[in-house]
Design a protein around this ligand. Structure first.
Ligand SMILES: C[S@@+](CC[C@H](N)C(=O)[O-])C[C@H]1O[C@@H](n2cnc3c(N)ncnc32)[C@H](O)[C@@H]1O
Length: 345
């Protein structure tokens, strides 16, 4: 039997990105993150992979290789946090804020994978008027890679969410990676994604009360034996009564003047639009509400919007679960990319 190409996932979080690689037929050997809860979720959802809780600020590829015995790897993937790059002239300089990005580069340098995929926030391509992006490309070209980048919109690839993310892909042997074309012209709506989930909480493992109401729900339920992570948030009476005034797809502008400023951010009092893909799911700021119910989406509803299958169960506190979901690369988008990457191995 032909063995599967191998992957390690750096800054893996709960592993949305690498889950897509598993679905595309890769073998994920390892995920590294300094966040214990996320690694617990990663290990329980990536059955053959090892999860390591480690600080990539200090841990080197050599340390990790020694610890795990992993010497060869086909693909390195990951989303290093790159909040503030410092730039000197036309280059990213090595200071503390860039260290995590540099750590990703050092793993690629050490393992020399056939392909790497680095994910980041979309504005990384315009940071420093493009200097950051150019510098990233140069760093990897120096290691022998042909590098391309693109900002992709998740809803173009079957994810019910208008989330944009930047991806850098590096390949060897001058074979330039070509990003996959959108897989759908009919984006999946929030209603198609979550309409079968109840208004109220259900106990973990509860059976589905209805048949799937859309093709997406059928797909995302997969082989799941029940519903998990569907515990609703109980809001104050004031919050419930204010959000009840906002219609499906509406926002603070739908409120009477005196209520508009009750939360001092523009994104406050926003409802999902049942007929459209969701806006970007965040890590639990509690300003975005269900299109119909007077509450924020549950962790499971958020996970559906991120295209996690119902079999993917999040561990840790509810706050931690929201963060794991919100941080992730949508697995369905990751799977489309992974299938394309497979052609370059
Ligand atoms: C954007 S999230 C990655 C999400 C992941 N790719 C997914 O699809 O689920 C970035 C991750 O970097 C991790 N991280 C931040 N600083 C780190 C450090 N110094 N060492 C290891 N992991 C770190 C965070 O805990 C977080 O899980």
């Amino acid at each position: 039997m032909k063995s599967k190409p191998t992957v390690i996932d750096l800054f893996c979080g709960c592993g949305g990105l690498s889950y897509g690689f598993i679905e595309a037929g890769f073998e994920v050997l390892l995920g590294i993150d300094h966040w214990k809860d996320a690694i617990s979720t990663f290990e329980s959802t990536h059955k053959n992979a090892k999860g390591i809780v480690a600080n990539l600020f200090t841990e080197t590829p050599k340390d990790i290789s020694k610890l795990t015995g992993i010497k060869d790897i086909d693909v390195i993937i990951g989303g290093p946090p790159c909040q503030g790059f410092s730039i000197a002239g036309k280059r990213i300089i090595d200071d503390e804020r860039n260290q995590l990005y540099k750590s990703f580069v050092s793993f690629v340098k050490y393992y020399q994978p056939k392909v790497f995929l680095m994910e980041n926030v979309p504005n990384i391509v315009s940071m420093g008027k493009g200097i950051v992006k150019d510098s990233i490309i140069k760093d990897f070209e120096k290691l022998g890679y042909t590098v391309v980048y693109k900002v992709l919109l998740a809803s173009d690839y079957g994810v019910p969410q208008n989330r944009r993310r930047a991806f850098f892909v590096g390949t060897k042997n001058n074979k330039e990676f070509v990003f996959p074309e959108p897989t759908t012209e009919n984006p999946i709506s929030a209603k198609e994604a979550i309409s079968d989930l109840s208004e109220n909480s259900v106990k973990d493992g509860s059976k589905y009360k209805t048949e799937p109401k859309s093709e997406y729900q059928k797909l995302i339920r997969g082989k799941s034996d029940g519903i998990y992570n569907h515990e609703i948030t109980i809001h104050s009476e004031q919050t419930t009564s204010i959000i009840s005034l906002v219609p499906d797809g509406g926002n603070y502008k739908d409120l009477p003047e005196e209520l508009r400023k009750t939360r001092n951010v523009n994104i406050a009092w926003t409802r999902l639009n049942s007929k459209k893909p969701s806006f970007t799911i965040d890590t639990g700021h509690r300003h975005h509400f269900h299109y119909k119910y007077n509450r924020v989406p549950t962790v499971r509803e958020s996970a559906r919007i991120q295209s996690f299958p119902d079999t993917f169960i999040f561990l840790g506190s509810k706050t931690s679960q929201y963060k794991q979901v919100g941080n992730a690369v949508p697995p369905i988008l990751a799977e489309v990319l992974a299938k394309e990457i497979k052609k370059y191995i």
